[in-house]
Design a protein around this ligand. Structure first.
Ligand SMILES: *[C@@H]1O[C@H](CO)[C@@H](O)[C@H](O)[C@H]1NC(C)=O
Ligand SMILES: *[C@@H]1O[C@H](CO)[C@@H](O)[C@H](O)[C@H]1NC(C)=O
Ligand SMILES: *[C@@H]1O[C@H](CO)[C@@H](O)[C@H](O)[C@H]1NC(C)=O
Ligand SMILES: *[C@@H]1O[C@H](CO)[C@@H](O)[C@H](O)[C@H]1NC(C)=O
Length: 596
C-alpha cells in the first residue's frame, strides 16, 4: 500500500485537527531533535545533525500540489507526511523499522526510499533542515514535512555494532553538542547553502574548467573585500525591488550591472548541481545555440555561466528571505568566456593579471589583503597617466600634463559629500567620478569614445549642454590636459559608492583639439616646471642640480630637433630619443643611488 493510500484510509477514519498554516512552533522540531539525539547516543551515530527550521523548505512545500507527483523531490530534499504535529507516530515508525531483520530493513529501504520512508525520513542523520506545511486533501488537511539537503535516504548503522562517537563527524561549521551536530552560527546556515560553500564550489569549478579547457587566465574568486559594492547593490535591490519582485521588470533592478560587476542567481552551493546547470544551459548545447545564448543574455546575466568568466576576481552573495542567493561578480562588467572548443593549447595559469600567480592552474592573488573590488590607487595613478599619454600622442596634444596625487586636494575632498563637491567645484578644481580604480583605462575609453566620434558641432553642443546641466563633464574631466593634480576618495550617493576625483588647478573645463587638425607635437608645450616625457608633461622632481641640467640639455636637444625640422611631424614616435633619454635617466638614478 502506498503512503498516499494509507493516508487516505487514515483520513477517512480520523477527524483531522486544524493545523495552523504557518507552523513554526519549535516544540515539535525540538521533540524530533530530542529523538535524534536519543538514537544518536543509543546507536553511536557520529554524524546525526540537529534539524533546523527552514522557511525555504516551507516555501518550496507551499508551492507543491499534493495531488500530483513531485519529481523535484529526492534531489536536495525528501518528504514525509504526518498525521499531526506529534512525534508518537514517528517513534512508532522508527521502532517498527528497528525491529526488522537486516534483510527486511534493506528491502524496505530499497522499495520505499524511492518515494518516502515515512517517519524514518526524520532519522536520516545527514539532514539538517526541516520545514512543514499543511497539505489539503478534500476538506481535511495534514502536515507534510520536507527535510534537506540530502536527496538520498541514508540510515545510520542500526546493527548496534557502531563504535562511532556521537557528534564526532559533523558537517563543516557544525560542532558536537551533547551527541548532536549543531551549527556554530545558526544564522549563517540555510537550506540554500552557506556563502562559504557557494564560493568554494564555484572556485573548484573554475579550477576544474581551467584545467579541462586549458584556460590561461582563470582567476580565483575572493569574497568580502567586495563588501561596499555588495552593500550598494543589495541596498538598491532589497529596498526598491524586493517588494514587487514578482511583477517587476527584472532588468530594472540591475541597472548598475554590467559596468564593473555582473550578477547571477543561485540556489545551491552544491558543486555537482552547479555543474549540472552549466551543462544543461550551455555545454550540452550546439555551437550556434551557445553563441546565441551568450549574445542574447550578455547585457544582463548569463546565470551560472557568469561563474566561468575567467577575469572576474571578486564575489559577493546575499539573499533576502524567500529568494535565492544573488551573487555579484567583479570587476568585469563585460562578459568574457574562455575558449571552450577544446582546442586551446595554452597552459592553465599562464596569463594571470599582475600581482596574481598560478596555483594549480588558477590565478590567485599574491597578496590577497591588498586586492579589492575598488582596485588600487597606485595602479589607478599609472593607468590614468597612461591613458592621458595615449590621447596626447593620438591627438598631438602639446600640453597634456601628467597628474600627480595631491594630499592638499585629498584634504579638500575628505570632509565633502557629493553635494559639497558640487557646490565647491569649478574654482581651483573640477571633479569626475569613477566606479572603481580598477580597469580605469578601459572605462574612461569606453565612455569618451562616443564623444570623440562626434563631429565638431555635436561635440560643442554636447559640452555646452552637459556643462549647463551639471558641473562635470564626467570621464572627459580626466582628459583635461591642463589639470596637474588629482585626489580621489569614495563617496556615497543614493546608496551607491563612487570614486570621486578632484582634479586641479583648473576650474574651467578644457578639452584638447579632438579634430585631428593639430600639427603640434605631444608634450611640446609643457608649462614651466614640466618637461616632456614621451608625450606627457611631467613635473620636474626637485633634485640635485646636475640632474636638472641634464634634463634641460635633453629637452633642449629635443626642442632643437623639433625646430630644425618642423614638418612633417613623424607619425611614429621617435624611439631613439626615448631610449637615449631613458638610458640617461637610469644612468643618473644609478649614479644617485650607488654613487658610481
Ligand atoms: C466539505 O465542506 C463543504 C462545506 O464546508 C461541505 O459542503 C461538504 O459536504 C464537505 N465535504 C466532505 C467530504 O466532508
Ligand atoms: C600552473 O599550475 C598547474 C598545476 O600545478 C600546472 O599544470 C601548470 O603548468 C602551471 N602553469 C604555469 C604557467 O606554470
Ligand atoms: C554632426 O552630427 C550631428 C549628429 O550626429 C548631425 O545632426 C549633423 O548633421 C552633423 N553635422 C555635420 C556638419 O556633419
Ligand atoms: C573660466 O573662464 C571664464 C571665461 O570663459 C573666465 O572669466 C574665468 O576667469 C575662468 N575661470 C578660471 C577659474 O579660470
Amino acid at each position: 500500500m502506498s503512503l498516499f493510500q494509507s493516508l487516505l484510509i487514515f483520513l477517512s477514519f480520523v477527524a483531522i485537527k486544524d493545523v495552523s498554516p504557518y507552523y513554526t512552533d519549535n516544540y515539535f522540531v525540538d521533540k524530533i531533535n530530542d529523538l535524534r539525539r536519543t538514537y544518536a547516543k543509543k546507536y553511536n551515530v557520529p554524524n546525526m545533525h540537529r534539524l533546523m527550521w527552514s522557511e525555504d523548505l516551507v516555501n518550496i512545500l507551499d508551492r507543491l500540489d499534493w495531488s500530483v507527483a513531485w519529481p523535484e523531490a529526492r534531489i536536495t530534499w525528501r518528504y514525509t507526511a504526518l498525521k499531526f504535529y506529534e512525534t508518537s507516530q514517528i517513534e512508532t515508525d522508527v521502532i517498527d523499522f528497528l525491529k526488522k531483520t537486516p534483510e527486511e530493513k534493506s528491502k524496505t529501504i530499497k522499495t520505499d526510499a524511492k518515494s518516502s520512508m515515512k517517519g524514518m525520513e526524520l532519522f536520516n542523520p545527514l539532514q539538517r533542515f526541516i520545514g512543514c506545511y499543511p497539505k489539503r486533501e478534500g476538506n481535511s488537511s495534514f502536515p507534510v514535512c520536507l527535510v534537506g539537503t540530502e536527496g538520498s535516504f541514508t540510515m545510520f548503522d542500526t546493527t548496534g555494532q557502531s563504535t562511532g562517537i556521537p557528534g564526532s563527524e559533523c558537517h563543516k561549521r557544525y560542532k558536537n553538542e551533547g551527541g548532536l551536530c549543531v551549527p556554530n552560527n545558526e544564522d549563517e546556515e540555510s537550506y540554500y547553502g552557506h556563502l562559504e560553500d557557494i564560493i568554494e564550489s564555484v572556485n573548484q569549478i573554475r579550477e576544474d574548467y581551467s584545467r579541462e579547457f586549458n584556460v590561461p587566465n582563470m582567476h580565483q574568486l575572493v569574497r568580502d573585500i567586495f563588501s561596499t559594492a555588495r552593500n550598494n547593490f543589495f541596498q538598491i535591490w532589497s529596498d526598491d525591488l524586493l517588494k514587487n519582485l514578482q511583477n517587476m521588470n527584472r532588468d530594472n533592478g540591475f541597472k548598475g550591472a554590467c559596468v564593473t560587476w555582473r550578477y547571477v542567481h543561485i540556489d545551491t552551493s552544491n558543486k555537482g548541481s552547479i555543474k549540472k546547470e552549466l551543462s544543461s544551459t550551455f555545454f550540452e548545447k550546439s555551437d550556434v545555440e551557445k553563441r546565441s545564448f551568450v549574445s542574447i543574455n550578455s547585457h544582463k546575466t548569463l546565470e551560472s555561466l557568469e561563474f566561468l568568466n575567467p577575469l572576474q576576481k571578486f564575489i559577493a552573495c546575499s539573499r533576502n528571505s524567500n529568494t535565492r542567493f544573488i551573487c555579484l561578480l567583479g570587476t568585469e562588467g563585460k562578459f568574457t568566456m574562455f575558449d571552450y572548443s577544446h582546442k586551446s593549447s595554452e597552459t592553465p595559469g599562464s596569463n594571470c593579471h599582475k600581482r596574481y600567480r598560478n596555483d594549480s592552474g588558477i590565478c590567485v592573488a599574491i597578496k590577497p589583503e591588498e586586492e579589492s573590488y575598488f582596485g588600487r590607487q597606485s595602479d589607478f595613478m599609472s593607468d590614468i597617466n597612461e591613458i592621458r599619454r595615449r590621447y596626447a600622442k593620438e591627438y598631438r596634444v602639446s600640453n597634456m600634463h601628467a597628474l600627480t596625487w595631491s594630499n592638499e586636494l585629498a584634504e579638500v575632498l575628505d570632509p565633502l559629500d557629493t553635494t559639497g563637491v558640487r557646490a565647491k567645484a569649478k574654482e581651483t578644481w573640477r571633479y569626475g567620478a569613477l566606479n572603481t580604480y580598477d580597469n580605469t583605462i578601459y572605462h574612461i575609453k569606453a565612455d569618451v569614445t562616443r564623444f570623440f566620434e562626434m563631429n565638431r558641432t555635436a561635440k560643442n553642443d554636447h559640452i555646452v549642454k552637459t556643462l549647463s546641466d551639471k558641473d562635470t563633464m564626467d570621464r572627459l574631466e580626466f582628459l583635461n590636459p591642463l589639470q596637474k593634480t588629482i585626489a580621489c576618495g569614495r563617496k556615497e550617493e543614493e546608496g551607491v559608492t563612487y570614486i570621486i576625483c578632484l582634479l586641479g588647478p583648473e576650474g574651467n573645463f578644457t578639452i584638447f583639439d579632438t579634430s585631428f587638425q593639430s600639427q603640434l607635437a605631444a608634450g611640446s608645450k609643457c608649462h614651466k616646471g614640466y618637461y616632456n616625457e614621451d608625450g606627457l608633461c611631467i613635473m620636474q622632481i626637485p633634485t640635485q642640480v646636475p640632474i636638472i641640467d641634464y634634463r634641460k640639455m635633453a629637452e633642449e636637444e629635443r626642442n632643437k630637433a623639433l625646430t630644425e625640422e618642423p614638418e612633417p611631424e613623424p607619425i611614429l614616435e621617435n624611439h631613439g630619443n626615448e631610449i637615449s633619454l631613458g638610458y640617461l635617466l637610469v644612468f643618473l638614478l644609478a649614479k644617485l643611488f650607488f654613487n658610481i
